[in-house]
Ligand binder design. Structure first.
Ligand SMILES: Nc1nc2c(c(=O)[nH]1)N[C@H]1C(S)=C(S)[C@@H](COP(=O)(O)OP(=O)(O)OC[C@H]3O[C@@H](n4cnc5c(=O)[nH]c(N)nc54)[C@H](O)[C@@H]3O)O[C@H]1N2
Ligand SMILES: Nc1nc2c(c(=O)[nH]1)N[C@H]1C(S)=C(S)[C@@H](COP(=O)(O)OP(=O)(O)OC[C@H]3O[C@@H](n4cnc5c(=O)[nH]c(N)nc54)[C@H](O)[C@@H]3O)O[C@H]1N2
Ligand SMILES: [Mo]
Length: 741
């Protein structure tokens, strides 16, 4: 590969041109059809050859020497050859299987890895472990754990069916919506990213248009820049949105602005719920004055907002961040209740919307189709954990826990296998994870880079990046199709995940099952052919693989702009013939089923639970997604530009603490401490600080995380016993000037 060329590839943050000279990526340039190309791609040339790339397989010294005085995270690594590494891992997998069974292998392996339909790390690992007899898996995601649990109880359908189906498109909002009431923001910064890629980044453009049309766009969030500048900012303290929503309900009910017909015909339990928010012997009335104290929003602003919402066509948009916090089920449930009170569910441009902006392709109008897929096979082991309960599982083998009405038991895990994720960036309370992580006998990790997780493995396999292999690029909701050509030879001795698993499966006598005697190229051809035939049968014309290889990419004709889909229309038209999948067939404002679970934090209807803030740590920390990268990916290239993570604080809070712009600060609470550089901004509400996710956890000798990872501070509790989702936002902290070197 000595020549000079440029080709297009795609990534989770979209498509870009890659320029190669003498087998080396020299630069990237934006994709011509992307109106707002992310800067993230510019990091690629540095990151791919960065000194943090893993050059060959490694084994942890204390593990191979069976030295109990060593620990993961503070040990040395010994380089070993590929053959020895495969041998070692195969022997270990066999030993664990023989001694404990496959139920002792955790392969949940959460993580985004890279775009590309065949070299999809999760599918690769899961197919391999299925071929080997199975593994303990994980349920739901860090993104939407609580939502996935609560929405089926309230609306009777799978949360993903809303995200990718029962949702108003941007075009429908443009045509029909008067009031877009946004909780937690709709941020073009976040919509840069979508699983598998978003090619035309258009969220800013939609807002420019909506602004010109004079729509009422309200952004209720602790940070002004959570939404585009066309919105009006209503600052709110994190974790208090349900109080605001309850007060809106109070105004709607007491001022007779509810759609009583809708509530009677399509909902169950409103009368019971009313006694909670109107107040009785047991419960205080949820008046605007009551909510004002809690949220920091004026009572008169709350009243005006409620009245305005009842006037025109209204969408209540709730970001995923609101449910990624303790009690995160409630804002989602309460948003459904408010939308039901307004009676616009099932009308064009009305109702609810979850996750606009969180993921670039939400709200796009491209036809939903089945993409090219590398089949994972079936898992003979039924056991799973809610994905973010990993530390609980490792610290409490055979321990009991509640989840969505069931009493469950944690498995006893002896081997952890991770491929394509970075838990030592993404999990909450990393110091606690570091303790749990010592429990298994063996940890195997595939990674291109020496991330915080690779540094805590026993066997480390160096994986190729997406630029070092060919693949197919396709994403839900995106009209583009890519052939992602191999750009460069593998860096160092890296191998594709597929080839690593193929070599392992040979040693483990499950090669037939895993590879079906096909090479990567043959798999790409066969999964593409299947996709090609499926698309044809749906009347969608796509190029065959040979043509796609030549063209590099194509835009499919799958836009549905003209025919705006109206979510929940069938239910609205005939609720008897088309009931919801809830026990009552209706929208459940009160859920008998949830009430029977007997979880104090989530009775049979949505309630406001006070966030547990500690007077010693008066600031509330939010930890949003980074604007300049994807999670923790390309982090080493970022650190070459900005050495420290950035903490955003209000001028009032900075003044109170005598802190100034650009200063190094220590952010801390009872769980940990990290270092960050201070940015003082009027765009954040007083009492709240913001530190983006994505650093590679690096505690120094004093336990201070110098990388600036907010997860040394976050709490490792589930959202509730119902969802057990990750509760990352709204954490109590204090900030002070950093006194060390
Ligand atoms: N405090 C706080 N924490 C959070 C969140 C929050 O809001 N606040 N958000 C959470 C959410 S929503 C998410 S989705 C998670 C994200 O957490 P992760 O998905 O774990 O984050 P990534 O950095 O994308 O991790 C992917 C890893 O895969 C590696 N990789 C890339 N390509 C390949 C490949 O081909 N093969 C292999 N083997 N590896 C590859 C990358 O180098 C990277 O280390 O973080 C969660 N953590
Ligand atoms: N550039 C970039 N984009 C990404 C990603 C990335 O890594 N980089 N990751 C992607 C992934 S995996 C996901 S899941 C999505 C996540 O998308 P979201 O969950 O929507 O995004 P977050 O960035 O976690 O949070 C958005 C904002 O919510 C606000 N917020 C926090 N708590 C509260 C609250 O209690 N009330 C209110 N009203 N607001 C609150 C914070 O100010 C925060 O800035 O983003 C995706 N987009
Ligand atoms: Mo996510």
């Amino acid at each position: 590969m000595g020549k000079k060329f440029s080709k297009v590839t795609t990534s989770h943050w979209g498509a870009f041109n890659v320029f190669v000279e003498n087998d080396r990526i020299v630069k990237t340039e934006p994709f011509h059809a992307d109106p707002a190309p992310p800067n993230i791609s510019k990091l690629v040339p540095n990151a791919v050859y960065h000194s943090t790339r893993i050059d060959q397989p490694y084994v942890r010294k204390g593990w191979i020497e069976k030295n109990p005085d060593t620990a993961r995270g503070s040990d040395e690594f010994i380089p070993i050859g590929w053959e020895d590494a495969i041998d070692l891992a195969a022997k270990e997998l066999n030993r664990i299987k023989n001694d404990y069974g496959n139920k002792a292998i955790y392969g949940g392996s959460y993580g985004w890895a890279s775009a590309g339909r065949f070299h999809h790390s999760q599918s690769q690992l899961h197919r391999f472990l299925n071929s080997f007899g199975g593994y303990v898996s994980s349920f739901a995601s860090y993104s939407t754990g609580a939502a996935q649990a609560i929405i089926p109880h309230v609306l009777g359908l799978n949360f993903h069916k809303i995200t990718w189906g029962e949702i108003n498109s941007w075009s429908s909002i443009g045509k029909h919506t008067d009031n877009l009431i946004i909780f937690g923001g709709i941020n073009p910064k976040n919509s840069q990213v979508s699983m598998g890629g978003s090619t035309e980044h258009d969220v800013s453009d939609h807002f420019k248009k909506f602004g010109k049309m004079g729509k009422n766009l309200v952004s209720i969030s602790p940070q002004k820049d959570d939404s585009p500048k066309e919105t009006r900012w209503l600052p709110i303290l994190p974790g208090t949105d349900v109080a605001l929503m309850l007060a809106i309900a109070y105004v709607l009910e007491t001022e007779k602005l509810t759609d009583q017909n809708f509530l009677n015909k399509y909902c169950s339990g409103y009368e019971l719920f009313k006694t909670y928010f109107l107040g009785n012997n047991e419960h205080v009335a949820k008046t605007p004055e009551w909510a004002s104290e809690i949220t920091g929003i004026n009572a008169s602003d709350i009243k005006n907002l409620a009245r305005k919402m009842a006037l025109g066509r209204t969408i209540i948009s709730v970001s995923w961040s609101l449910q990624r916090a303790r009690y995160g089920e409630h804002p989602y449930w309460m948003a459904c209740v408010l939308a039901a009170m307004l009676g616009q569910i099932g009308l064009p441009g009305g109702g609810i919307g979850f996750g606009y902006g969180a993921i670039g392709n939400i709200g796009k109008t491209a036809k939903r189709m089945q993409g090219p897929l590398f089949e994972q096979g079936t898992n003979p082991i039924a056991d799973f954990i809610p994905v973010s309960r990993i530390t609980d599982m490792l610290l409490n083998p055979n321990g009991h826990y509640n989840f969505n009405g069931k009493k469950r038991i944690y498995p006893d895990i002896k081997l952890v296998y991770w491929c394509g994720g970075n838990p030592f960036h993404h999990h909450q309370d990393l110091n606690r994870l570091a303790k749990g992580w010592q429990y298994p006998e063996t940890v195997i990790v595939h990674e291109p880079w020496w991330t915080a997780t690779a540094q805590r493995a026993d066997i480390v396999f160096p994986a190729t990046t997406q630029f070092e292999r060919s693949d197919i690029g396709w994403a839900k909701g995106d009209p583009y199709l890519f052939y992602m050509p191999q750009m460069i030879s593998p860096v160092g001795k890296a191998k594709d995940d597929y080839d690593i698993f193929a070599d392992l499966s040979k040693k483990l006598y499950c090669e037939e099952k895993f590879t079906e005697n096909q090479s990567s190229e043959e798999w790409i051809q066969s999964i593409y052919d299947k996709f090609y035939r499926q698309s044809k049968s749906l009347g969608i014309n796509v190029a065959n693989l040979e043509t796609l290889k030549e063209k590099n990419f194509e835009r499919m004709s799958i836009d549905l702009d003209e025919k705006d889909y109206v979510p929940f229309k069938a239910f609205r038209d005939d609720p008897i013939k088309n009931p919801l999948g809830t026990p009552s067939g209706k929208i459940e404002i009160y859920s008998e089923r949830i009430a029977k679970f007997n979880y104090p934090e989530i009775p049979g209807y949505p309630i406001f639970n006070k966030p547990h803030l500690d007077a010693k740590f008066p600031l509330s920390l939010v930890s949003p997604q980074p604007h300049d990268k994807l999670h923790s990916q390309l982090q080493s290239a970022i650190e070459d530009i900005n050495k420290y993570a950035v903490l955003v604080m209000s001028p009032q809070d900075a003044r109170k603490r005598g802190l100034s712009e650009g200063e190094l600060v220590k952010v801390w609470n009872s769980r940990g401490a990290c270092l960050a550089s201070l940015e003082i901004r009027k765009t954040i509400i007083q009492g709240v600080v913001s530190l983006a996710t994505g650093a590679w956890f690096s505690p120094n000798a004093d336990g201070l995380d110098v990388s600036g990872n907010p997860n040394v501070l976050t709490a490792d509790t589930g959202t509730s016993d119902l969802g057990q989702g990750s509760a990352a936002h709204n954490i109590e902290v204090e900030v002070e000037k950093y006194q060390g070197n």
